[in-house]
Structures are given as structure tokens and as C-alpha cells.
Write a protein that binds this ligand. Structure first.
Ligand SMILES: Cc1cc2nc3c(=O)[nH]c(=O)nc-3n(C[C@H](O)[C@H](O)[C@H](O)COP(=O)(O)O)c2cc1C
Length: 359
């Protein structure tokens, strides 16, 4: 613990032209409550509550870049003007009442797609029942799910264009920041991991080849997104499985992303295989954020079982990461940031409707 008089958790941090007022991010969490990908009233309430509760940057759940990029029919999406309009409504709420910046996570779920909602146990949905053809990095299916149809190189070009289109729609919708989802066994991660990529072409085999498509997606997205707005990438630092994606490979990937203008890395892990052996305990992923930050020289977000204000403060003050991304702790307590400010002796923001009460 570092004895700073001013809590570091409550200091601003700039990524390009975007200054995030403190170091707390809402970690993306799928809500499966969109209507053909368009955010619903649920999203206005869910994301809006964090915007008025002191979170530095609210990042949406994984938003699919096309209809077939979704996990379930309820996934959020960002592929057309109707989606941009839906996000603009939430942006308007943030501007009128909130203090948070607004980020979106872009995703293609690859071989994990066309399933029922999480609370319906993610059972596969056939095309006849309203699902879609599952396409993926290669022919290796996720255990218990249908084997994907591998993307041809031409389809990969379309897909990179889908990410670029999503970035343009996100800009029209007023989003401040993009986080590309390259973790948790979804499409970009499944290109990276030898456990899910058996391609024989230039997108499979060597590390350089396995990184090729995720890097092409990054470049296409970066080119379509205003230069002053930041893009981060969420990675699974390791597959936690023999023969899988490794921490050493992640360092190489992050260095390549940095060269291409990536602004931060959120260091998560796992998701490729049910055989993963994860030593889950509080803060088990923080060393990943710390190592990437130190060895690659890029801003990082630490995520995973961060629940206590003093722990979050120590992560930032001890330079283990530049941000903490909180998921379940913010679900349990949407006013976590207010409580953290009180515990650490920092000032935070309240909506005008409440501020006289708490001053
Ligand atoms: C309900 C739920 C949905 C999630 N959906 C996503 C998602 O859309 N994208 C993502 O990258 N991670 C997702 N995650 C993972 C969280 O962002 C986070 O990394 C994980 O919960 C660990 O952080 P925590 O211990 O603070 O909850 C989800 C987690 C939960 C609990």
C-alpha cells in the first residue's frame, strides 16, 4: 500500500483526447436484452445507473458487429443506424444527468454463437429455430456446440469491414471509446489460440499468422474511428490450458497492438476450453495487467474479483494497472464508487438531484 494523501483511484487519466475522470471502469457484462441488437429500456436503466453513480467510464457489454456475430438473439449490436440511434438516446441521458464517459465493446462471438440466453443455459439454437450458421476461425468447435464453418479469406475481409462499420455507427451513436473483444474464446481470441485454430493458410499456424486477423481487425477499426478517440483491446492473457494461448504470446500481441495505436489493454483470461484450470482467487489476473503494462509500456486495466476500495486504490497507486474494471462488484452495489470515495476520503460526483443531500 502506498500512502498517498490523494487517492489515486480518483485521479483522471487521459487516453488520446478522452479524459476519464477516475480509474473505475464498468466491465462489459452481457445483458441479453436487446431487440435485434438495438439497446432497450433495460440498457438505458442499466448503463444509466452507472453514469450517474460516479463510474469513470461505462463500457457496454459485448456488442455484435453483425447479426451473425451475436451470441444470442438478445445480444446488443452495432451494425446499423437504428443501433446508433439507440445508443444516442443513452448518450443523451449520460450528458444530461451523468458524469461517466461512454465506451462500447465490439465483438464477433465466432464458434460460441447462435445459442439461447445465459439464463436459458446457452443451449444451441438451430437455423430452423431462428438461429444462424455458426462461423468461426476454423473447423474446431467449442465442446458441446456445433462445429463452425471456417471463414474464407474473402469473408474475413467482410468481417474486418463489419468492425469498421461498427466503429462508424458507434461514433454516430456518440460513444467515446471502443474496446475490441479479443478474449474469452470469442472469434478474435479463437484465431489466436492453437486450441481453436487449425487453419492451414496465412491465418493459422505460426504466432504471426494467428495474430494476423485480430491485427487486421484492429487496423480496420482504428482507421474508421476518429483519431482523437481511444481504442483498447480486451485479451485473454492465457488459456490456462496445455497447448493453448500463453502469457508470452500475449506480450507479443500487445506490443503489435501498441504499434498500431492501441491505447490500453484489459487483461482478462480463459474462455477457450472447458478444460481450463484457473486458479481463481481475488486478484488472480492483476499480475497480467501489471506485466503487460511494465513490459509493453501500454496502459492497462486490471479485472477480476476486485471488490474492495482499498484494494482498487492499491492497484492504481502501486502502478499495477491504470484502471480497474469492475463487474460483479458494481452489479451488487451500483453506488460502489460513492462508497469507495467515502472510504478513501476522496471527492466524487453526485447528480444535482442528489448532491445537496450528500454534501
Ligand atoms: C453477467 C456477466 C456478463 C459478462 N459479459 C461480458 C461481456 O459481454 N464481455 C466481456 O468481455 N466480459 C464479460 N463478462 C466478464 C466481466 O466483464 C468480468 O471480466 C468478469 O466478471 C470478472 O470481473 P468481476 O470479478 O469484477 O465480475 C461478463 C461477466 C458477467 C458476470
Amino acid at each position: 500500500m502506498v500512502g498517498n494523501s490523494k487517492p489515486q483511484l480518483f485521479t483522471p487519466f487521459a487516453l488520446r483526447d478522452l479524459t476519464i475522470p477516475n480509474r473505475v471502469l464498468l466491465s462489459p457484462m452481457g445483458q441479453h436484452s436487446a431487440d435485434e441488437g438495438v439497446p432497450s429500456d433495460w440498457h438505458l436503466m442499466h448503463l444509466g445507473q452507472y453514469a450517474v453513480s460516479g463510474v469513470g467510464c461505462v463500457i457496454t457489454e459485448a456488442a455484435a458487429v453483425s447479426p451473425s456475430a451475436r451470441i444470442s438473439q438478445g445480444c446488443l449490436g452495432i451494425w446499423g443506424p437504428e443501433h446508433a440511434k439507440g445508443f444516442a438516446r443513452i448518450r443523451d441521458f449520460f450528458d444530461r444527468y451523468g458524469s461517466a464517459k461512454f465506451g462500447i465493446q465490439l465483438n464477433h462471438c465466432g464458434r460460441k454463437g447462435s445459442v439461447m440466453k445465459r439464463w436459458e443455459r446457452s443451449k444451441p439454437v438451430s437455423v430452423e429455430d431462428g438461429g444462424w450458421v455458426v462461423e468461426g476461425a476454423s473447423t474446431i468447435g467449442y465442446p458441446g456446440r456445433v462445429a463452425p464453418v471456417p471463414f474464407t479469406p474473402d469473408r474475413l475481409k467482410d468481417l474486418a469491414a463489419d468492425f469498421a462499420n461498427a466503429a462508424r455507427q458507434a461514433h454516430d451513436g456518440g460513444l467515446d471509446l471502443i474496446e475490441i473483444h479479443a478474449a474469452h474464446g470469442y472469434l478474435l481470441h479463437s484465431f489466436l489460440s492453437p486450441l481453436s485454430n487449425n487453419r492451414g493458410d496465412r491465418y493459422g499456424g505460426s504466432l504471426e499468422n494467428r495474430m494476423r486477423f485480430p491485427l487486421e481487425v484492429f487496423e480496420a477499426t482504428r482507421a474508421a474511428w476518429p483519431v482523437g478517440k481511444p481504442i483498447g483491446v480486451r485479451v485473454s492473457t492465457t488459456d490456462w490450458a496445455a497447448g493453448g494461448w500463453t502469457e508470452e504470446e500475449t506480450l507479443v500481441l500487445c506490443a503489435e497492438l501498441k504499434k498500431r495505436g492501441c491505447d490500453y489493454i484489459c487483461a482478462s483470461s480463459g474462455g477457450t476450453t472447458p478444460d481450463q484450470q484457473i486458479p481463481v482467487e481475488p486478484h488472480y489476473q492483476i499480475p497480467f495487467a501489471e506485466r503487460i503494462r511494465r513490459e509493453v509500456g501500454i496502459a492497462t486495466a486490471a479485472v477480476g474479483l476486485i471488490t474492495e476500495p482499498q484494494d482498487a486504490e492499491n492497484i492504481i497507486a502501486e502502478r499495477k494497472a491504470d484502471f480497474v474494471a469492475l463487474g460483479r462488484a458494481l452489479l451488487w452495489d451500483p453506488r460502489w464508487v460513492w462508497h469507495a470515495a467515502k472510504a478513501l476520503g476522496a471527492k466524487t460526483t453526485f447528480p444535482h438531484q442528489y448532491d445537496d443531500v450528500f454534501r
